[in-house]
Ligand binder design. Structure first.
Ligand code: SF4
Length: 381
């Protein structure tokens, strides 16, 4: 392993310690500086003030906007899917809302209301590509808004790849290029097809569940846009250093430039004890322990170059590079830290739901910033 080379950005004393990870502390102790994506309350230059729905608010910089995809149930049925977690005090979850016929009119109004706000598109929710027509319209509406709406920095799509292996796959790939996608995060949680299927449980008719179809689709995507493969660590999946080695080798063959290994998000006590929460508890693989084991095993990490350490508002990650040039990210997230930030009243996240409401978090009806249905009714009154 080569020495740490961390970009100079901010003094260590300024870092929030929400991650609370002993490994983060160990790595932090090895370096002088790390990246911090979260602004401190007094860092005026990293807050954008904007009036939304008649209320002046502070928007953290950087910030992402998600038009939550929920046209239909997802083509996969991952047991760890966070869209199936339920808050104890929650109402209708985002995954159960279906867009009304005037959905895109409301989205356009929400984007107009965000005129001048610097943000990045983060396209996620359920599976955006499962309805190709909806996805194409979404890309059109977002692209059109860029001339009179928010100031867009990055454009990122999170996908399981299903729509790209379906009949309109090529149309979707070309649309992403026209859209100017910054990169695509493609989920695949094991390098062996059968093992992956036990994890992701694609519905029988979904072609991308097949390993050869997936690998071909990934290479086609990699030819079109920068590709990141995302692997969620779990028992029965990628759990040991040798699994990491095998996954990285396979990911390179699929055309990925980056691989992201993520731990299940850590939950606070605000969630119901449903099947998903129990699965997360039973099948969790600690990212800290796996990364530490990789770093301590010279056979695994001898040729790795550690590049940067980043702390976000509810996650932290280590970025490194292998001898073959593949970028690798180990990442861990904490929903408790996320909820603490959201409760401050400052805006750290923007999500537009199928019910026409723009919220500062992932729960429809909570932290509502703008209700485009009400705005529309007032316009016509
Ligand atoms: S692919 Fe994503 S949205 Fe679909 S079930 Fe898996 S984790 Fe959930």
């Amino acid at each position: 392993m080569r020495p740490l080379a961390i970009p100079v950005e901010v003094a260590l004393a300024d870092l929030p310690r929400s991650a609370g990870s002993p490994l983060f502390e160990r790595l932090r102790a090895s370096v002088d500086r790390v990246n911090r994506r979260t602004p401190l309350p007094h860092e005026a230059a990293r807050w954008h003030t904007h009036t939304l729905g008649g209320v002046e608010r502070r928007f953290a910089q950087p910030i992402t906007f998600t038009p939550y995809a929920s046209v239909k149930p997802c083509s996969a049925r991952c047991s760890f899917c966070s869209e199936n977690l339920r808050k104890a005090d929650g109402g209708t979850p985002a995954s159960r809302l279906r867009p009304a016929p005037d959905y895109f009119d409301g989205l356009s109004r929400a984007l107009q209301a965000l005129r001048g706000v610097p943000l990045s598109w983060s396209l996620s929710g359920l599976e955006t590509s499962d309805d190709a027509d909806w996805m194409l319209r979404l890309l059109q509406v977002l692209a059109a808004s860029e001339s009179h709406g928010p100031l867009v920095e990055d454009r990122v799509l999170y996908t399981n790849g299903a729509g790209f292996a379906a009949p309109q796959g090529e149309v979707l790939r070309r649309a992403l290029q026209t859209f100017g996608l910054s990169w695509l995060e493609l989920s695949r949680h094991h390098h062996d097809g059968a093992t992956n299927q036990t994890i992701m449980r694609f519905r029988p008719e979904v072609a991308v569940g097949d390993q050869a179809v997936f690998e071909r689709t990934a290479r086609q995507l990699a030819d079109a846009v920068p590709l990141r493969l995302v692997c969620i660590l779990q028992r029965g999946g990628v759990a040991q250093p040798q699994d990491v080695v095998a996954y990285l080798s396979w990911a390179g063959q699929c055309g990925a430039g980056t691989v992201v290994f993520r731990e299940f998000s850590r939950l606070d006590d605000g969630y119901r004890d449903n099947a998903t929460a129990r699965y997360l508890r039973a099948e969790r693989v600690s990212m800290d322990a796996l990364l530490a084991a990789c770093l301590d095993d010279r056979e695994v990490s001898r040729d790795w170059t550690l590049e940067s350490l980043t702390e976000g508002y509810y996650f932290w990650n280590l970025r490194l590079r292998t001898a073959s040039g593949l970028a690798v990210v180990f990442e861990s997230a904490d929903y408790g830290a996320m909820h603490e930030r959201h409760a401050t009243g400052d805006v750290y996240k923007l999500v537009y739901f199928a019910d026409g409401r723009l919220c500062a978090g992932w729960e429809p009806g909570h932290d509502v910033l703008l209700d485009t249905r009400i705005e529309q009714a007032q316009t016509h009154a």
